[in-house]
Design a protein around this ligand. Structure first.
Ligand code: DC
Length: 227
């Protein structure tokens, strides 16, 4: 293991803390970080900017969206933030509706295929923490450590509520729970790479755990396989 490229996949539903955990792990290990959800968010944003409706998507539009995904001009900045066609769009892709739009383009098989190689390209020395829905099942099935995070929809909505209020965004808790459940439904029930734990994934229920506790648990699992 010493000479090979490290790889940890972190999958799970929205609002479960994957992003925070993955970024923390990547920073502490000095590895690269793939935020695969951002690629779906960026694809959806690019569609909206090109005035392509994401409701009632038909066959023809699927191919157009896949072309957009394949040719996305994206740059993740080392200090955080992301450029789409040279413009900073971090705030634009982090809204609830951007997440919802991302999950609409993510059901399209051709879009998932179009983004596959781009995601694999992040697998570079010294290692990669890959965060998403299908990292352990489809994109990096070879990963020696696969984590699947869970937490109840209510707990995830509570966390999301806190984050949004801290950012000065007003939201209603019941609306948030419904949105999270709708997104879960779409992500779990799609036919292409649905949200599901890989057979060899370690599932961690984070409902009662702090981010630090989850981080320590994952690091401990990694150290067990890294010897
Ligand atoms: O992780 P996120 O909330 O940024 O993801 C936004 C949406 O993108 C999510 O609801 C489903 C989709 N997605 C996906 O289908 N596969 C991934 N690997 C990552 C995200």
């Amino acid at each position: 293991m010493a000479d090979s490229i490290g790889l940890i996949t972190i999958d799970g539903p929205s609002g479960v803390g994957k992003g925070t955990l993955s970024a923390l792990l990547a920073e502490k290990l000095g590895w690269n970080y793939l935020d695969s959800g951002a690629l779906y968010r960026l694809t959806a944003l690019a569609c909206i900017q090109k005035e392509i409706s994401l409701d009632n998507i038909i066959d023809d539009t699927e191919s157009k969206i896949a072309d957009i995904a394949r040719t996305l001009d994206v740059k993740f900045l080392p200090q955080g933030g992301v450029l789409l066609e040279g413009k900073e769009v971090e705030a634009l892709i982090r809204t609830e509706s951007a997440g919802n739009n991302a999950s609409k383009v993510a059901v399209i098989t051709k879009v998932r295929e179009a983004l596959l190689q781009r995601q694999k390209n992040f697998f570079q020395a010294p290692g990669l923490v890959a965060d998403g829905r299908d990292m352990g099942t489809t994109v990096f099935p070879q990963a020696p450590l696969k984590i699947f995070l869970t937490a109840s929809a209510e707990e995830r909505a509570k966390r999301r509520y806190k984050q949004l209020i801290e950012k000065g965004i007003t939201v209603k808790m019941p609306d948030l729970v419904v949105e999270i459940q709708q997104r879960d439904d779409r992500d779990i029930n799609r036919s292409a790479s649905p949200l599901i734990a890989a057979q060899d994934a370690q599932t961690i229920d984070t409902s009662q755990l702090s981010i630090d506790e989850v981080y320590k648990e994952v690091l401990c699992l990694y150290q067990q396989i890294a010897v």
